[in-house]
Design a binder for this molecule. Structure first.
Ligand code: NAD
Ligand code: TYD
Length: 379
């Protein structure tokens, strides 16, 4: 079968990648989507059960650091688009094992860039119609201060903004904000972003970078705050709140991120950066209380039943105080907007995890349970 485009999505078996693969496979039957994933602890083909038999979907188990394998794969499928999500993505793991983060996030990205460059440069039309799209995080910008008294109306609002939305500071991350990463995770992502831009500036590669805020939704590995806490509430296990629970994160529903990736892949300008976020800041402790309320309501528990599970533990090293994205550029230039209001998104997410207990139990049983116990020992 001849496809109009051949697109590699790296990390397609992970959380965000699986939503991107699903969206593209279903929306563009004329494209062949090649999911390249090493299937680390975070990769799970069960995330893609509903589309695995589609004729325009191919799965390849491979390591992005393997330059020869990447080059061969790109040639085999005459790839003209790359959407790069594969990464080590958890800050706590990066604090314990920074080497793995440098290897995958920096060297893996470089290996993909170099393979794409060699292949595309050898073609008569060279970079014409090609695209290397790198998915990154707002954490590369560092941390913002919390300097706005609570209760003051923020300058922006979107569909995603929670009811009674607050901004906890008067500054935001803009596309022009200087990089200032603090964790080994964000340092490795910052480095990979620089490599991507360097390949545009040096060789003229058609690259795009986007930096997104914290995602939530179905299929997220349960070491991250939201799925971890939903599962622990369900199992009546302690909820380990780092420090005082005062840190602020800006949350976006994962399908809204996938839609932004679709719009930017097709309409974004080469060499540009776009920030993606919903103007939806939450203090961890307030968000945790919303999750508790939602889970208790759905399980039929009395209101406040699971509040006793909140357990304050030793803070994360170098824990960034506040992240807050300004996504005005993306909204104005490409017309993207979040579709889901936060409280709806949380309810949808809680219901998904409670309805998909088998998915969760398959991950949290066995080896992962031991890792989790070791991780929290001493906190
Ligand atoms: P994830 O950890 O859920 O998934 C990562 C995927 O990459 C997994 O399927 C894993 O098997 C695969 N992978 C890891 N190393 C690999 C390698 N060497 N070769 C091939 N595949 C490999 O991550 P996620 O949360 O879905 O994040 C995806 C991307 O989006 C990452 O680049 C991350 O930095 C970025 N991002 C994430 C968030 C968030 O809130 N989760 C926010 C902004 C940006
Ligand atoms: P996380 O989901 O790990 O995302 P990130 O570190 O990339 O923002 O954490 C979100 C916030 O929740 C962060 O401020 C750390 C905090 N947190 C806890 O308080 N307890 C936990 O068990 C976890 C995993 C996170």
């Amino acid at each position: 079968m001849n496809f109009k485009r051949n697109i590699i999505v790296t990390g397609g078996a992970g959380f965000i990648g699986s939503h991107v693969v699903r969206l593209f496979v279903n929306k563009y039957p004329e494209y062949r989507i090649i999911n390249v994933d090493k299937l680390t602890y975070a990769g799970n083909l069960a995330n893609l059960k509903d589309i695995e038999d589609k004729p325009n979907y191919v799965f390849v188990k491979a390591d992005i650091c393997d330059f020869d394998a990447m080059y061969e794969l790109m040639q085999k499928y005459a790839v003209d688009g790359i959407i790069h999500l594969a990464a080590e993505s958890h800050v706590d793991r990066s604090i314990k094992d920074p080497f793995t983060f440098a290897r995958t996030n920096v060297m893996g990205t470089l290996s993909l860039l170099q393979a794409a460059k060699l292949m595309w440069e050898a073609q008569p039309e060279k970079y014409e119609g090609k695209r290397f799209y790198h998915i990154s995080t707002d954490e590369v910008y560092g941390a913002l201060q919390m300097n706005r008294p609570e209760g003051i109306e923020p300058p922006f609002k979107t569909v995603a903004s929670s009811e009674g939305h607050k901004a906890y500071g008067d500054d935001f991350f803009y596309e022009t904000t200087k990089y200032n990463p603090h964790s080994p995770y964000s340092a490795s992502k910052a480095s990979s972003d620089h490599f991507v831009r360097a390949f545009h500036d040096t060789y003229g590669m058609p690259t795009i970078v986007t930096n997104c805020s914290n995602n939530y939704g179905p299929y997220q590995f349960p070491e991250k705050l939201i799925p971890l806490f939903i599962n622990n509430i369900r199992n009546r296990k302690p909820l380990p709140v780092y420090g005082k629970g005062e840190n602020v994160r800006d949350w976006l529903f994962v399908e809204d991120h996938a839609r932004a990736i679709d719009v930017i892949f097709h309409e974004g300008k080469i060499a540009e950066t776009y920030n993606i976020g919903g103007f939806n800041e939450w203090k961890n402790i307030d968000l945790i209380k919303v999750m508790i309320k939602t889970v208790d309501k759905i399980l039929g528990n009395p209101e406040g039943h699971s509040l006793e599970l909140i357990t304050y533990v030793t803070d994360r090293l170098g824990h960034d105080a506040r992240y807050a994205i300004d996504s005005t550029k993306l909204q104005k230039e490409l017309g993207w907007e979040p579709s889901l209001q936060f409280e709806e998104g949380i309810e949808k997410t809680v219901r998904w995890y409670l309805d998909n207990q088998e998915w969760m139990d398959n991950i949290t049983s066995g080896e992962y349970e031991k890792y989790y116990q070791d991780m929290y020992k001493g906190r």
